[in-house]
Design a protein. Sequence first.
Length: 115
Amino acid sequence: QVQLVESGGGLVQAGGSLRLSCKASVSIRSANALGWYRQAPGKERQLVARLSFGGRTNYADSVKGRFTISRDNARNTVYLQMNSLKPEDTGIYYCNSDPPYDLYWGQGTQVTVSS
């Protein structure tokens, strides 16, 4: 059974940075698209960053130019580097495939950006 464990969240002031990690229990070397999702308070979960098998990246307009998604196949880990954080980036961040599989959702990691 695939397990995804997110980490790296925390409380940070606006303008700060965080790097999130998502460790998979299986190899991600041949995985198709992987993504980071955010669920802001009172809102639905949305895809904010996507990394295709071939290395192409896509970002939601709200994070473009500030967030970077990457992967380390040797460590079965996907990362999300978040810079110039804004209060509206607050939420729980999850990783999953794109499209996501319900069974892959982990606990997520909380990111709180104070103004």
